[in-house]
Design a protein around this ligand. Structure first.
Ligand code: NAG
Length: 161
């Protein structure tokens, strides 16, 4: 039983190896709309890909953002609300308009900071009991896989299975 659950987690992590709190909650089409007018200053050209890389840098490769998203069971909807409240106004404002990369960077960093401040207030997981086993109450949301993960403790208990 424990082994089966463990392998389901493995499989889904392999499918989406690296996600971010923004990607978990913002529709990809909206991310593209937000990034539509991203201008690389040096070349004075629009580049959506560079914008996506900046989003990734700010929201994905940042432990503080990821940690803020580690809410307890049942609070991912609140997390989503917090993220959308930051990003959707930007989507509407930036769609079909150009802004240079510095404007994007300042706005995305501010959005990340607000997300951190608000998401950190949400309830964390409780009820994780060492040393092992699948524990529903202890599961924690992870923006890396956009899903709840079990406790940090190993799912497989020695001597079982
Ligand atoms: C993570 O993001 C926050 C908000 O943008 C920022 O204040 C912090 O310096 C970043 N941390 C790292 C290690 O980049």
């Amino acid at each position: 039983m424990f082994k089966l659950i463990f392998c389901l987690v493995c499989a889904s992590v392999t499918v989406s190896p690296s996600s971010s709190c923004l990607q978990c909650f913002v529709d990809p089409n909206d991310a593209v709309r937000m990034c539509w007018g991203y201008i690389i200053i040096e070349h004075d050209v629009r580049n959506i890909g560079e914008c996506m890389r900046m989003v990734d840098r700010i929201f994905n490769h940042n432990k503080t953002v990821m940690d803020a998203g580690r809410v307890g069971r049942g609070h991912d909807q609140k997390l989503k609300d917090i993220m959308l409240a930051q990003i959707m106004p930007m989507v509407e404002e930036f769609d079909q308009k150009t802004h240079d990369e510095n404007v994007y960077e300042a706005r995305l960093r501010a959005a990340a900071e607000h997300f951190i401040a608000q998401a950190s207030q949400l309830p964390r997981a409780s009820g994780c009991v060492p040393p092992c086993g699948f524990q529903v109450e202890g599961s924690v949301y992870s923006c890396r896989g956009c899903q709840y993960e079990s406790c940090e403790y190993p799912l497989d208990c020695p001597g079982e299975g």
